[in-house]
Every structure is written in C-alpha cells, then in structure tokens.
Write a protein that binds this ligand. Sequence first.
Ligand code: SF4
Length: 236
Amino acid sequence: MDQRAFRRTMRTLESRYPTDRWTVGMSVFEVLVSTILSQSTTVVNERRGLQDLRCRVGALTPERLADQPVEKIARAIWHAGLARQKAPRIRATAAAIRDRWGGHIERILALPTERARAELTALPGVGPKTADVVLAMAGRHPTFPVDTHIARIAHRWELTRHKDYESIRAALERWTPPDKRTTWHLAIIAHGRALCKARRPRCLECPVRRDCDWFRRTPSQRGRPRSRPRHAPTKG
Ligand code: SF4
C-alpha cells in the first residue's frame, strides 16, 4: 500500500468507526494502570479489573497503590488476567512515580514527546506500547501506539516487513499527520475488532479491500462473512 492508498483507506475507516476515546473521565495515572491491565486480555476483563481495583483500593493514585500489598492488588485485578505479573508491575510503577515525580505523572506528560517517552519507559513495567498509549491518549502527544490489531493490519497492508514495535510505529507515523495519529490509531483498532480479525478476516465486507495488499495477494485466504463473532475483543 502506498501513501495515497493508505490515506484513502484511513479516511474511509475514520468515517466508518466512531472515535472511542476510552480514557474519558480517567486520570492520567488511571490510563497508565488501565494500559498495564490490558496486556493479553479482553477489553471487558481489563475494565472489570480496573473497576475491582477501584472498589478495593479507592481512588487510584500512585501514593495509594504504592502502599498496597502486592497480594491485595493481585486479588483485585484477578479478572484482568496475569494478576501475579501485573500486580507487582503496577505497584512498582506507582512507587516510582511517587518517588521520582512527587506522585504527578502529569509532569512527565508536560515534557517534549521524546523525553516524555524516555521517562515513561524508565518506569518499571512500562514498555514502548504502554508509554505511547499514555502519551497519545492522556497527553495528546503525536504518537501512534501499536497494539496487536495494528501490528497485524500494518503487515496485511505491507506498510513494513519488520516485526518490531518501533519499525511498525515509524511506518505508521511516516504517513499519518500528527493531528490524526490518535484518531487513526483508534480507527484501526476498531477495524481489527470488527472485520480485520486475526483469524478469518471478513474481507468481503471490508470497505478498504481494494487497497489491501493482503486481500489482493492471498485470494485463498479471503474471509467469508460470518453471522456472529467467535472471540471477545482484545485491547492489545
Ligand atoms: S481486505 Fe481483509 S485483510 Fe484487508 S483490511 Fe480488509 S479485512 Fe483486513
């Protein structure tokens, strides 16, 4: 897919999927916790884990979470999965924000984008994807976070042959105007959940198939319409 086709495709997807700003009403720190919880689970289970954590701990602040026993956090986030790995990460990140930034993650987001990314990824348990989600969704920085849906679709569109996170992000940012990165990030995720699924994408219903390299080059793989979804959506 070339730049022209990419932009045409994205305009189509942008108009098809209403922008779902899932961070509305959340603090910056809650966006960070939510993104850690979202790893390898569905949206529903991530939301449930976040809600249970709020119920058990109260308002989520770095100070409060840093003071909680790891076991208590793990029990609270059980529905989000991988609780034994995520709980110590959340607690360690909360403690680092409390100790290094006086409990104000907003101070990181006030930095220039590259510096803010470096500071976020220096926090324990925060990788490039989590940092970019926080930068884009909570700080309106012009980054293009890459989750599993976006990585899959970028390869189907042959935006890059590389599989590492930074190459995919760079490929998407190259052709996406800075003020469109969050909107198009959300549009591709919505498309990945609705039609361009990992297994059996519903290509015959897809409004962008004429520009899709995967559709043109692998006719034997073309998906067929299905009556109902088999998998719950994931956040990445
Ligand atoms: S044509 Fe198929 S593979 Fe290509 S974007 Fe659409 S659903 Fe995905």
